[in-house]
Design a protein around this ligand. Structure first.
Ligand code: ASP
Length: 317
């Protein structure tokens, strides 16, 4: 028996955010964007659009917003290139698609979904993924078209201290640009779940480095019998903890409630030294958005109301 009540959550990255150094105008712009994208997603779900279409569209819109670390405006690797990762998964049948280390695709989540729909493979990388995009109707671009000039200064700051950093790590971020990896999870009117995540990874990462976002079970996972999950944070630790599948498994094998499973899975990341957060919706429609960093951009449907948050205690709306 399913209930027709829809659920939705999105994130715009977790990290070190100092409320005192976050310009008000930028905060308002980010909050407005998160709310607008969440509102459109919820309207679509209420109108009967499936969860998989809604998470793909929401993540594509987040990729298009230049202040997130995904698609246009993503962070740069050590060679000064935007190398993008994304994944999408449908909880109905566990069909999944992902692309990693792509440099010529404006909306990597669209490429991930094309790979999912094609069905032959789950994860395509670099040049092969870009070739797939060209032959499957996914828009490509020149790699330079993804680079926002301000990201070069962020990379230079990280390289001066030989650091690989989360997008909005206070020490290496540009004050006016504190936002990161993006993701969305949804439960549609038929009770189906889906998840999608997209990122440029970490500033000053080695060329060819792939994070958790495109790894099914790492940063992205969905199964109608348990939950849909999208993560953000230090990818290496999320991969080692197999965060998204760990959360699913705690519900599937132990019968844990979603909040218990999510906290335990995130604690396993923290035990490895990882910082970040996740958004998840379970088959009952329960929604959690835990993080162990000072902040995580997030928006979610709470009853009939869309809530937006950035910091732990500061309600953004
Ligand atoms: N998880 C992403 C990665 O490691 C980064 C982030 O969430 O900000 O690629």
């Amino acid at each position: 028996m399913t209930d027709p009540i829809v659920r939705f959550a999105l994130h715009g990255g977790a990290g070190v955010l100092d409320p005192n150094s976050f310009p008000e105008a930028r905060r308002i712009e980010v909050v407005r964007t998160l709310r607008a994208i969440a509102t459109r997603a919820c309207d679509a779900l209420r109108a009967g659009t499936g969860a998989i279409a809604v998470v793909g569209q929401a993540v594509a819109e987040l990729e298009d917003a230049e202040f997130f670390n995904a698609g246009y405006g993503a962070v740069l690797n050590a060679d000064g290139e935007a190398e993008l990762d994304a994944a999408i998964m449908d909880g109905r049948d566990r069909s999944a698609g992902a692309a990693c280390a792509v440099r010529a695709v404006r909306n990597p989540v669209r490429l991930a979904d094309a790979i999912r729909r094609d069905g032959r493979h789950v994860l395509l990388a670099a040049a092969g993924a870009e070739r797939f995009a060209r032959t499957h109707g996914v828009a490509t671009c020149a790699p330079e078209d993804l680079v926002l000039p301000i990201r070069r200064a962020q990379l230079a700051a990280a390289q001066r201290e030989n650091r690989i950093s989360l997008d909005h790590d206070e020490r290496y971020d540009l004050v006016e640009r504190k936002s990161g990896t993006v993701g969305a999870v949804a439960r549609d009117r038929d009770g189906h779940l889906a998840a999608a995540t997209s990122t440029g990874g970490m500033t000053n990462k080695l060329p060819g480095r792939v994070g958790d976002a495109p790894l099914i079970g790492g940063g992205t996972f969905a199964d109608d019998s348990t939950c849909a999950v999208s993560a953000t944070g230090h990818g290496e630790m999320f991969i080692r903890a197999v965060l998204a599948h760990d959360l699913h498994a705690r519900i599937a094998y132990r019968g844990d409630a979603l909040p218990v499973a999510a906290d335990a899975a995130l604690a396993a990341v923290a035990a490895l030294g990882g910082e970040g957060g996740l958004i998840a919706i379970d088959r009952h429609g329960d929604t959690v958005l835990p993080f162990n960093s000072p902040g995580m951009y997030r928006a979610w449907l709470d009853g009939d109301r869309i809530r937006v948050g950035i910091y732990r205690d500061i309600e953004a709306d």
